[in-house]
Design a protein around this ligand. Structure first.
Ligand SMILES: NC(=O)c1ccc[n+]([C@@H]2O[C@H](COP(=O)([O-])OP(=O)(O)OC[C@H]3O[C@@H](n4cnc5c(N)ncnc54)[C@H](OP(=O)(O)O)[C@@H]3O)[C@@H](O)[C@H]2O)c1
Length: 430
């Protein structure tokens, strides 16, 4: 395939028109197959608009995915290695990409390091296995004979070789990746802190512990580098995307830069754990946006919105099947994937004129109704209320049992019981 780097436009241009046509047809096929019964593809004039948008996005996706991993390295000017300034809707930001840190370079960069990853929950599993597959020297530190210890052994970590208890792993490591649960980071800090001697690097995947140190008591030593890489997804996704040859998006931040190398090390680590691209933030902004997002659109907010819509449908005599399909199934199976692939405008454009008109009229009403709740939520994050709640609940010895009880309530809600049945009816699940 014939590719050319165009430094002026910062984009890869692919001259193979056969591949473009194929990709275009394929992407339209995918979009079409996601069509739902109640919302139809707009016809005639609007279908021309869809094709144009589809072709444009297919080309964008193609050019992105067509980038070779290594050869670009030589084309990046010295001194700005790996940094790209991208205009995100009018605001310029610097980002780094995996392609800037090929595996050989990572191995060379970390050749004298031992990554001591403590905690083997969701992130420990994802980041740990990706590091190991990348050839990095990584050891795991968890409570002996706890459930994480057993999971680590199942994943091939060997006691005494690359699996130790927490304190021994911290002593052996040069880069200490604190991936204990946020509550456990606070509980274990008095025993871990004295082991963080000069020359080591302390790494977090969330700003929670150091930012709210008035509550957590986690005050990182001032004589070592302290960095953060926060994957924007669960540890399971960090692992799955890596195995598929893709990468999670992550943010990185620096708390202490004693060596002058903390920024570079954080970016390199983000690639080593399986990130696709990484953007810079601060510890404070990371924790505020993360706690806010998961309570809002990512989890709590979307759940609340699903429940409200479902309940009103049921109160108005709609069957469970109808209420669930109109609320959740169509969203997750048909429309949200279109937003993910091509954007909100594309999703609107792929729906009937009737659906589109209604959505255009009603989204400002929802935004205005919800914005005060989001403002209240942000304040509750910023002033530490959410951190205190998390510490109070998750430090209790029976936190897992209590969580299970709350999840059981959700599992037993009519909407999610209906969901279970609807999922079984998907042809691919039969
Ligand atoms: N999960 C995500 O989606 C996600 C995404 C981005 C960032 N992060 C951040 O990544 C970090 C790790 O999160 P996670 O979700 O992977 O954590 P998690 O699944 O809750 O991890 C729990 C780990 O902490 C250990 N642990 C709990 N209490 C302990 C104690 N008292 N002493 C020693 N070990 C203890 C557990 O070991 P046992 O099995 O022995 O109890 C387990 O290995 C957090 O800072 C989190 O905010 C998470």
């Amino acid at each position: 395939m014939n590719k050319k780097w165009a430094p002026d436009s910062n984009s890869w241009i692919n001259h193979n028109s056969t591949f473009i046509s194929y990709y275009y047809i394929y992407s339209i096929d995918v979009a079409m197959s996601l069509r739902s019964s109640t919302i139809r593809m707009a016809r005639a004039a609007s279908s021309r608009a869809i094709k144009q948008a589809g072709a444009q996005r297919a080309l964008t996706t193609l050019t992105r995915s067509a980038r070779p991993a290594v050869s670009k390295q030589s084309l990046i000017p010295q001194g700005t290695r790996g940094v790209k300034t991208i205009n995100f809707g009018g605001t310029e930001e610097s980002v780094y990409e995996r392609a800037d840190w090929p595996r050989e370079k990572l191995l060379e960069y970390f050749k004298n390091d031992t990554f001591a990853l403590i905690g083997y929950g969701s992130q420990g599993y994802g980041q740990g296995l990706n590091l190991r597959d990348n050839g990095i020297n990584v050891i795991i530190g968890v409570r002996k004979n706890g459930s994480s210890w057993k999971s680590a052994i199942e994943d091939g970590w060997v006691p005494g070789e690359n699996l130790f208890d927490v304190n021994e792993a911290v002593q052996r490591g040069t880069i200490i990746m604190n991936l204990l649960s946020d509550a456990a980071q606070s509980e274990t800090w008095p025993s871990i802190k004295p082991l963080l001697t000069e020359g080591k690097t302390l790494y977090f995947s969330h700003g929670f512990s150091p930012v709210f140190n008035n509550l957590t008591k986690v005050e990182p030593p001032s004589n070592i580098d302290v960095i953060l890489v926060a994957p924007k997804g669960s540890g399971r996704t960090v692992r799955t995307l890596f195995k598929e040859g893709r990468g999670i998006n992550s943010s990185y931040a620096v708390w202490n830069d004693v060596t002058g190398k903390a920024h570079e090390r954080a970016v390199a680590m983000s690639v080593a754990i399986g990130s696709g691209y990484v953007y810079q933030t601060t510890f404070e902004k990371e924790v505020n946006s993360d706690l806010y997002g998961e309570r809002g659109c990512l989890m709590g907010g979307i759940h609340g919105m699903f429940l409200a819509q479902y309940e009103v449908l049921r109160e108005n005599g709609h069957s469970p099947s109808e209420a669930f399909n109109e609320t959740v199934e169509e969203a997750t199976q048909s429309l949200y994937p279109l937003i993910g692939k091509y954007g909100m405008d594309y999703m609107y454009d792929a729906c009937s004129t009737t659906a589109r008109r209604g959505a255009l009229d009603w989204y400002p009403r929802f935004k205005d109704a919800l914005k005060p709740v989001f403002s209240e939520l942000y304040e509750s994050v910023k002033n530490g209320t959410e951190t205190q709640r998390s510490l109070d609940f998750n430090s209790q010895p029976d936190y897992r049992e209590k969580l299970e009880k709350e999840l059981e309530i959700i599992r037993n809600m009519e909407i999610w019981k209906v969901g279970k049945e609807v999922r079984k009816l998907r042809p691919e699940n039969q």
